[in-house]
Design a protein. Sequence first.
Length: 199
Amino acid sequence: MTSIYDESGKNMACTVIQAGPCVVTQILTKERDGYDAIQLAFDDLDERKVNKPMRGHFAKAGITPKRIMAEFTRFEAGHRKSFGEVIGVEVFTVGEFIDVSGLSKGKGFQGVVRRHNFHGVGDATHGQHNRLRAPGSLGASSYPSRVFPGMRMAGHMGNKKVKMINLKILRIIPENNIIVVKGSVPGANGSYLKLERWS
């Protein structure tokens, strides 16, 4: 993240995103596929890392292999011209609100204090010499003799799909396909995001 100043001199936290160039690799229609959508691909990939079916998919669009693909259903008909068409940040405008989705940072196996904000025992009294960050009781004894699903316990944290909605576009730099959005977005630096118009 970084920060910029607006016209009134207010400092706003923002995130800089490289949003293209994206290439049209597939056009889905309601008659053939059951719904209208457009598939975009981004980030060049070495051809030897692509299997044969995907090579044919990219060859049909007449482009080099790409690392990531995503479908978009809310797209104007004017941007569905042909395979291989390049789409950049010109589809967005400054002041528009968009949704940004991606994978959150993976944090590995975490305990209940970090994962669910448990407080632990707190004061190290009453003989609690090794229970400061323990989860405590998990359930009853003879009945139901099991732990209910959804119990907040230690486990894998992060690396889940997260969508930030209603983020305002502050600036667009079309020559570098850069979009500056207000606020934070999910994922670490260099991770992939999906940008959609706010709905």
